[in-house]
Design a protein around this ligand. Structure first.
Ligand SMILES: *Cc1c(COP(=O)(O)O)cnc(C)c1O
Length: 235
């Protein structure tokens, strides 16, 4: 596919996603333009990030450190904010904070000092979202912090000068009803906001469930395949 064809494809897909977001905002009685779009560019080349920037995208998400680091370096000239949205290894956290503007997947205290160090080395604070798990307590694989430990994790986050607590992030469990999962998330968030009223971001909703997330208060959706096309099945 030529660069021009790819640009047209991304433009069409982006327009369709923006229509879906606008319809969901209206259906939820929310203001037009209230919900932000983070385009998830994992598995796709830096050239796509460049095209997206030309199409007005200002926030992109990546979930693997090495890939993200390389693309962020290649796209250093673009006015784009990089969101790290993937599982974060403790020994990579400082490196991630050197290029990521927002780290959405903070799920345990061990990451905090290292993220703070990376942010300090780069000379600007990193915005932090705490990833909360919506998985059943007995699920084999939980990604994110259990709701019970959120308050403590938030408290610890605010003690670091290099970190700015901005809110919460969540992913609906695979195979579960996103409507039910995001309703639960809205309750968790209401509790969280009592202690951290300034941390108002809620990153929830992807290509398949952004409508449900917006209905339950998402301020940002993370959309990959609906904009870029389908990814290879395994990572
Ligand atoms: C890949 C990914 C997305 C985007 O998923 P799509 O279904 O392609 O829109 C959103 N959030 C996280 C955490 C992801 O890893």
């Amino acid at each position: 596919m030529s660069g021009e064809q790819r640009a047209r494809e991304l433009e069409d897909n982006l327009a369709a996603v923006r229509v879906r977001i606008a319809a969901a905002e209206a259906a939820a009685g929310r203001a037009a333009g209230e919900v932000g779009l983070v385009v998830v560019t994992k598995f796709f080349p830096a050239s796509d990030v460049r095209l997206l920037a030309e199409l007005g995208v200002r926030e992109v998400g990546e979930n693997r450190h090495q890939e993200a680091q390389g693309k962020a370096a290649e796209c250093a000239d673009l006015a784009i904010a990089w969101h790290f949205i993937g599982g974060l290894q403790t020994n990579k956290a400082a490196a991630v904070a050197r290029y990521a503007d927002v780290v959405e997947s903070v799920d345990r205290p061990e990451l905090l000092a290292r993220l703070d160090r990376g942010a300090t080395e780069r000379g600007r604070p990193v915005e932090v979202l705490l990833q909360v798990s919506l998985d059943a307590a007995d699920a084999a694989h939980r990604s994110g912090a259990a709701p019970e430990v959120l308050a403590d994790l938030a408290e610890q986050t605010t003690t670091y000068d290099g970190l700015r607590l901005r809110g919460l992030m969540a992913v609906a469990p695979l195979g579960a009803d996103p409507e039910e999962a995001f309703a639960r998330l809205a309750e968790i968030r209401a509790d969280f906001l009592l202690d951290h009223p300034e941390a108002t971001r809620l990153s929830a909703g992807m290509s398949g469930d952004l409508e449900q997330a917006i209905r339950h208060g998402a301020t940002h959706v993370r959309v990959g395949s609906a904009v870029l096309g389908s990814r290879p099945a395994v990572k």
